[in-house]
Design a protein around this ligand. Sequence first.
Ligand SMILES: *[C@@H]1O[C@H](CO)[C@@H](O)[C@H](O)[C@H]1NC(C)=O
Ligand SMILES: CC(=O)N[C@H]1CO[C@H](CO)[C@@H](O)[C@@H]1O
Length: 293
Amino acid sequence: MKYSTLATALLFKLFLYHAAAASIRSIYLFKDVLKSNTASLTTSGFNSLIIFGVGILENGDIMYYSNTPGSVDTLLTSNGSYVGGAALSDKVRSFKTAAGTGINRVEISMNSQHVRELISNPGPGANTPLYRSFEALKEAWTLDAVNNDDESIYDAASTVAFAQMLGKIGYKYTIAPYTNIRHWTTVKTQANSGLQEPNLLLDRVYLQCYDGGAGNDPGSWQTTLGIKVVPLIWVTNDSKPSQGTTATQAQSKFSSWNTRSALAGGGYWNDYDIEKMGLSYSAYANVLKSVFP
Ligand SMILES: *[C@@H]1O[C@H](CO)[C@@H](O)[C@H](O)[C@H]1NC(C)=O
Ligand SMILES: CC(=O)N[C@H]1CO[C@H](CO)[C@@H](O)[C@@H]1O
């Protein structure tokens, strides 16, 4: 009796572990979420959406920057309250609740502007505008994680303090490096100090393997970082065609990387180009489903 209870508990743990360890199939949302094709984004086979272009202002408010013609920048929080409007919160919430959705994780992606200054003064306390802004936005958008796409500041101490503040609010923290592996190794090691799977704070690494990061080898990054990575490639694009990757080319890139060292999943930069270039969400998502089931 005792033994079988124990066995059941162990099996359940094993099941949970595998459920939690499902491969990551991600795409960055560069296009205004109010204008992109939500049905395709949620039902093509992706499970993780990362909303690009969110930023912190000098006073700790959060802005959603427009990257789409005809859209305007939208203030999301003001002095710790959500002010982004119901249209946006309904849209972002729908990613995980729409009929037939495969999305189980939504992240926002930002650079590190103003993080160092705000973490130094007034600090990461629960009464600060910065803390309350992230708390309000998490609630309004039902977010799971904040993605750090710092490509210029690289201040490890404030980055880790910010990540820990987000962890207290209930976010996971993720990174999107293209270079500076030493910085990211420091951040990962400090953010996850004393933590084990599945309770890691910094639980995902989306590695840019295009443009400035075109030479990156996901296998060697994950060996150095000590955590599995999710390589990102850029879909066919008319601004830097040389960095564009068709679904067929993506299939061979992802599968050859994954054969050499088992990865956490794969992902794409970005939805705007898929729609602008008239490409198929399903074709790109099917590649991820086949290499990272
Ligand atoms: C910001 O919010 C705090 C907490 O609700 C409040 O005490 C403070 O007066 C507000 N500041 C401004 C400028 O509205
Ligand atoms: C993500 C990105 O840089 N997309 C670019 C693709 O090409 C168009 C047109 O050249 C640009 O406007 C986009 O910014």
